[in-house]
Design a protein around this ligand. Structure first.
Ligand code: ASP
Ligand code: MG
Length: 418
């Protein structure tokens, strides 16, 4: 396994700081919290300062969202954040109690208490700074510090914010960077980052190392193991992320600035988006700007955009949006469509399959091989989008499983051939 040189941060405590993050499944019930407490104690006993970032227990965040939906059709975003931020508070307090019961002094802090400062975007706030005074003070006092993930505070309004789904990862990476840790450990319910989702492709391999750039594309293309923004933060601050299982020991996966350049490192898929098609768009400047401007004003993230010019002077434009924003995006697009005389249709039967690899930059024929593989399996490609190190195809959602398996095999990922 790679070793990393410890960086020297000016106000770093004498002991090395270890930042560990435990996801929802790892703290799903009291027994698992006890196991986490054992692991934290062991890390502490080997002479480390330990900061632990926790997620909400099991499906708590989903349950809280359902609860909100029962009392309101469109809950105010501020109140939603007040509600959702409670999930992580439960875990943090329970873990602190479990540690104290083991004779390990521990203290829990909310995001706000830990000085996780964010902008004002409720539900998708970005961390702007971590002051971390109380965290440092408590470490100096010899305590294990537990921080509620996924939340912060807007320093101007003093309002509590949340960071978006999976946001505890972002808390952990940002906290590790601000504390000058060597690396950050993300404990989860899988053994690491795989060449494809092992539930779909049983022969998928665990990767020992993944460069930040590739991980960024994989996360953004649906690989659920790390929140995309946490990878961005890791890359910006050059903070290696060690993804490992909380259930058994193993080497996990290091996400780093490693130089290794596989042509294709992995296949990712995403069934969480829908497609909106605007047909009969008049062929004049400013129309696309209008459609996407309206969506941007509603803070809806648009992906994969395709436009076809037709012979009669109009064009068809398609794009994908997260299913969670489907209804709103459809409504907004229909409003614009009505103004410009175009028709709007939504399709929720799509899925995306992506291949990712930094080496494809300098390798011809990768796209051709992907399309050929899909064609051989009689899978129709409906849209294509690319970055320098990713190719994504939109296909029918019910063909995703076959597509992932076929691409995984075609690019020799099961034996590390690519
Ligand atoms: N509890 C939040 C979620 O389920 C944040 C996290 O788990 O990282 O999205
Ligand atoms: Mg997670």
């Amino acid at each position: 396994m790679r070793r990393y040189k410890r960086r020297s941060a000016p106000n770093c405590a004498v002991m090395p700081v270890v930042v560990q993050k435990y996801g929802g499944t790892s703290v799903a019930d009291p027994e698992r919290i006890q196991k986490v407490a054992d692991r934290v104690r062991d890390t502490r006993m080997t002479g480390n300062d330990v900061v632990v970032v926790v997620s909400a227990m099991g499906q708590t965040t989903d349950e809280l969202l359902e609860l909100a939906a029962k009392v309101s059709e469109s809950p105010p975003r501020r109140e939603l954040d007040m509600l959702l931020s409670t999930g992580e508070r439960i875990t943090m307090a329970l873990l602190a109690m479990a540690l104290e019961a083991r004779g390990i002094p521990a203290v829990s802090y909310t995001g706000s208490q830990a000085g996780v400062l964010t902008n004002s975007m409720h539900g998708e706030a970005r961390i702007t700074k971590i002051t971390g005074e109380r965290v440092r003070q408590s470490l100096e006092d010899g305590k294990v510090v537990i921080v509620a993930g996924f939340q912060g505070v807007d320093p101007e309004t003093k309002e509590v914010t949340t960071l978006g789904r999976g946001g505890s990862d972002a808390t952990a990476v940002a906290l590790a960077a601000s504390l000058g840790a060597d690396h950050v450990e993300i404990y989860t319910d899988v053994d690491g980052v795989f060449t494809a989702d092992p539930r779909l492709v049983p022969v998928a391999r665990k990767l020992d190392e993944v460069p930040f750039d590739e991980m960024l594309e994989m996360s953004a293309s649906g690989a659920g193991v790390l929140m995309t923004r946490s990878v961005e933060i890791g890359r910006r601050y050059d903070m290696p992320i060690h993804v490992r299982s909380s259930f058994h020991d193993g080497d996990g996966t290091w996400v780093t600035d490693a130089m290794e350049q596989a042509i294709v490192s992995g296949v990712a898929h995403d069934r969480s988006e829908v497609r909106i098609t605007v047909a009969g768009v008049p062929n004049r400047p400013g129309i696309a700007a209008r459609v996407f401007g309206a969506l941007a004003d509603a803070r809806i993230v648009v992906d994969t955009i395709v436009q076809n010019v037709s012979h009669d002077g109009t064009a068809d434009m398609s794009f994908t949006v997260p299913a969670a924003h489907a209804a709103e995006a459809e409504r907004i697009t229909k409003e614009v469509g009505a103004e410009i005389g175009a028709t709007v249709e939504m399709d929720d039967g799509i899925g995306k399959v992506s291949i990712v690899g930094a080496g494809m930059k300098s390798q011809p024929g990768v796209a051709a091989k992907m399309f050929m593989t899909l064609a051989e399996n009689d899978i129709d490609i409906e849209m294509i989008s690319t970055s320098t190190i990713r190719i994504t195809c939109v296909i029918r959602a019910d063909r995703i499983e076959e597509a992932v398996a076929a691409l995984h095999e075609a690019f020799g990922l099961q034996n590390g051939a690519s």
